[in-house]
Write a protein that binds this ligand. Structure first.
Ligand code: ATP
Ligand code: MG
Length: 259
């Protein structure tokens, strides 16, 4: 089973990266697709959103510095078909340490090699921290596709150029020549405001083939679910947010030929 690695990155904070990583992963898992979510953010929000406790030593920090295998960190979640490589604060030190290593951009790619080789996962989703530092850049070097979440807010597109220029640089430098922008997910859409609609229209005009048709609505239930350690499907399966992430998963399946 060939594995497709997606990274969800955007240097802007609070734009729905983790919410999308967790609930898209869970929605794909619901479709019987074996998914591995990789929490690459020292904040470990994806880890706690799935109700998994943070433990010192249980992150990719070790493997990134050459200690232990990523395979040994894989944890089964409460969601069938969804596994997790958790995170914890120590991973923050990797930002600095990796920068001093040889081939520093390719560390994560190497660490994920046994995961790809295992053939156990059809999809790997990496949840990145809100910075284009060493961890995010490593995820871009390791991924097949970049997924960008944009909040339907004023200045949403600010910073988009920067991340896309980084993609081009990694490609032209031969660090990841096959990396592609896989899609743009618009999050926290508020149908009552003109602003939300304008932002979506603007992105549609700029990147018509990249924007996903599904727009994720702003709903309180999506923001409550993580504090219960649950996906939106476990917390409130009838919520419009759950329906939206299911539709997004359907689009991802079709766009990337996952079934
Ligand atoms: P960071 O950059 O800190 O990692 P992030 O990009 O991962 O943030 P999230 O943590 O997913 O963003 O979302 C930021 C906040 O907005 C969180 O409190 C989350 O619960 C909330 N949120 C995300 N999506 C929605 C939504 N569709 N409706 C309502 N609240 C949302
Ligand atoms: Mg996050």
């Amino acid at each position: 089973m060939a594995t497709i690695v997606f990274t969800i990155a955007n240097q802007k904070g609070g734009v729905g990266k983790t919410t999308t990583a967790v609930n898209l992963a869970a929605a794909l898992a619901e479709l019987a697709i074996p998914v591995l979510l990789v929490d690459l953010d020292p904040q470990a929000n994806a880890t706690s959103s799935l109700g998994i406790e943070k433990h010192e030593g249980k992150s990719l920090y070790g493997p990134l510095r050459g200690e232990g295998s990523a395979l040994d960190l894989v944890t089964q979640t409460a969601v069938p078909n969804l596994s997790l490589i958790p995170s914890e604060e120590d991973l923050a030190a990797a930002e600095i340490e990796i920068a001093q290593m040889e081939n520093f951009l390719l560390k994560l790619k190497g660490v994920l090699e046994p995961i790809r080789a295992s053939g156990s996962y059809r999809v790997v989703i990496i949840d990145c921290p809100p910075a284009l530092g060493m961890l995010s850049m490593n995820s871009l070097a390791a991924a097949d596709f970049l997924l960008i979440t944009l909040q339907c807010e004023y200045m949403a597109l600010e910073g988009l150029g920067q991340i896309l220029r980084n993609v081009e640089r990694l490609k032209s430098a031969g660090i990841n020549s096959s990396l592609e922008l896989g899609g743009i997910v618009m999050t926290m859409y508020d149908g009552r405001t003109n602003l939300s609609r304008q932002v979506v229209d603007e992105v549609r005009q700029h990147l018509p083939e990249k924007i996903f048709e599904t727009v994720i609505p702003r709903t309180v239930r999506l923001s409550e679910a993580p504090s219960f350690g649950q996906t939106i499907f476990a917390y409130d399966a009838t919520n419009p947010g759950a329906a939206a992430y299911r539709r997004l998963a359907g689009e991802v399946v079709r766009r990337f030929g996952l079934q």
